[in-house]
Write a protein that binds this ligand. Structure first.
Ligand SMILES: NC(=O)C1=CN([C@@H]2O[C@H](COP(=O)(O)OP(=O)(O)OC[C@H]3O[C@@H](n4cnc5c(N)ncnc54)[C@H](O)[C@@H]3O)[C@@H](O)[C@H]2O)C=CC1
Ligand SMILES: Nc1nc(O)c(N)c(N[C@@H]2O[C@H](COP(=O)(O)O)[C@@H](O)[C@H]2O)n1
Length: 283
C-alpha cells in the first residue's frame, strides 16, 4: 500500500530510531520457560499514569507514542487490566506503518490483545475498539481472562450470566476467546496468566497497565517475572489523586524498609519532549 493511501491513524515511523530498544527485547532464538515480559507504560514526573482511574490521560509525545506502537509490534501479546479496558476502550493494536492493516500483509506485526478481568467487570459490545480493529483487519481477536466464578457458587445474576454468554459468543465471532483461571484471594496468579499465554503460542508479552496491574507486577514477589521495563517519562506533573506507580515496599528481618528493586543496564533515551527509560529486571 502506498503511504498516501495508508489509514489516517497510521504512525509514519522509522524503526532505526528505536534501535536503542533492541537489547531490551526478546532474543528471538531463545525459548524461555515463560513468555518474555516487557512492562511498558507512560508516566508523569510525579509517577502518575493517569489523572484518575476512570479516564484516559495523554502523556506521550507523538514520537514516544509511535515508539509504543512499534514496541507492540515487537511482542506477541499486549496486556491490560479490566480498569484500563473500561476507562480507555483501547485498540491494543500496532498502528505503525508497515504492520498488518497499515501497509503490511495479513496481521503481520499485530499483537494479540489480552485483558485481565477476574470479576468480569468489562462489559464489551460490538462497538468496543478492540473488536472494531478485528473487523477492520487491523488487529487480532482478544483473549480475555476471567475468574472461575462457577466454583463455590456463581455470584452472577441470571441476567449477567445471559449477557456474559452473549459477550463470549461475540468474542468468539471475532477470533477471540475467554480463558478461565482459578482465583486465589480474588486475584489471578501471574504465573498462571503467563503459563496460559505460553500455551496459546505467545512467546513475548508487553504489559501496559494500568496502575493496579503495574503495581502488582512490580511488587517484590513478582518483579522477577519482568524481563524489561520501558517507561516513557513526560515533562508533566499530574498532581495528587492520580493513578500512581508505586509498588508495595519490602522490609528486612528487622522491619527496616528496603528498596523494591533496581534496574540493570539502565539507558535513558530522549524521544520528542519525553525521555524513555529502559532497564532489565529478572533474567
Ligand atoms: N499511561 C499509561 O501508560 C497507562 C495508563 N493507564 C491508565 O490506568 C488507569 C487504570 O488503572 P486501574 O484502575 O488501576 O486499572 P487496571 O487496568 O490496572 O485494572 C485493574 C484490574 O485488573 C484486574 N487484574 C487481573 N489480574 C490482576 C493481577 N494479577 N493484579 C492486579 N490486577 C489484576 C483486576 O480486576 C483489577 O481490578 C486508566 O486511567 C488508564 O488510562 C493504563 C495503561 C497504561
Ligand atoms: N504509551 C502511552 N502513552 C500514554 O500517554 C498513554 N495514555 C498510554 N496508554 C495506554 O495506551 C492504551 C491506548 O491504546 P490505543 O491507542 O487505544 O491502542 C491505553 O489503554 C493504555 O494502555 N500509553
Amino acid at each position: 500500500m502506498a503511504s498516501d493511501t495508508l489509514p489516517p491513524d497510521a504512525f509514519a515511523f522509522s524503526a532505526s530510531s528505536c534501535s536503542f530498544l533492541r537489547p531490551y527485547l526478546r532474543n528471538k532464538s531463545s525459548n524461555p520457560q515463560r513468555p518474555f515480559l516487557t512492562l511498558a507504560y507512560a508516566s508523569s514526573l510525579d509517577s502518575a499514569i493517569s489523572l484518575t482511574p476512570g479516564i484516559h490521560t495523554y502523556l506521550s509525545s507523538p514520537q514516544s507514542e509511535a515508539m509504543t506502537h512499534y514496541l507492540r509490534s515487537q511482542h506477541d501479546a499486549v496486556v491490560v487490566g479490566a480498569g484500563t479496558a473500561i476507562a480507555d476502550d483501547p485498540g491494543l493494536n500496532s498502528r505503525v506503518r508497515g504492520m498488518g492493516g497499515y501497509g503490511g500483509a495479513g496481521l503481520e506485526g499485530q499483537p494479540r490483545p489480552v485483558v485481565l478481568d477476574p470479576k468480569g467487570r468489562w462489559e464489551w459490545d460490538s462497538n468496543a475498539r478492540v473488536l472494531r480493529m478485528v473487523r477492520e483487519r487491523k488487529g487480532r481477536g482478544p483473549l480475555i481472562f476471567w475468574g472461575e466464578w462457577g466454583e463455590g457458587g456463581d455470584w452472577r445474576s441470571k441476567e449477567k450470566q445471559r449477557r456474559d454468554e452473549e459477550r463470549e459468543r461475540l468474542l468468539k465471532n471475532h477470533g477471540g476467546k475467554i480463558i478461565r483461571l482459578p482465583l486465589v484471594d480474588g486475584k489471578m496468579r501471574w504465573v498462571d496468566i503467563l503459563d496460559h499465554l505460553k500455551a496459546e503460542g505467545i512467546k513475548s508479552v508487553m504489559v501496559e497497565g494500568g496502575g493496579t496491574v503495574i503495581n502488582s507486577l512490580l511488587a517484590a514477589e513478582h518483579a522477577h517475572l519482568i524481563n524489561s521495563l520501558i517507561v516513557t517519562i513526560a515533562p508533566t506533573l499530574l498532581g495528587q489523586g492520580g493513578v500512581v506507580v508505586c509498588p508495595k515496599r519490602r522490609t528486612d528481618d528487622q522491619g527496616n524498609p528496603i528498596p523494591v528493586t533496581r534496574l540493570r543496564d539502565a539507558k535513558w533515551q530522549p524521544m520528542g519532549e519525553d525521555v524513555v527509560l529502559c532497564g532489565k529486571l529478572g533474567e
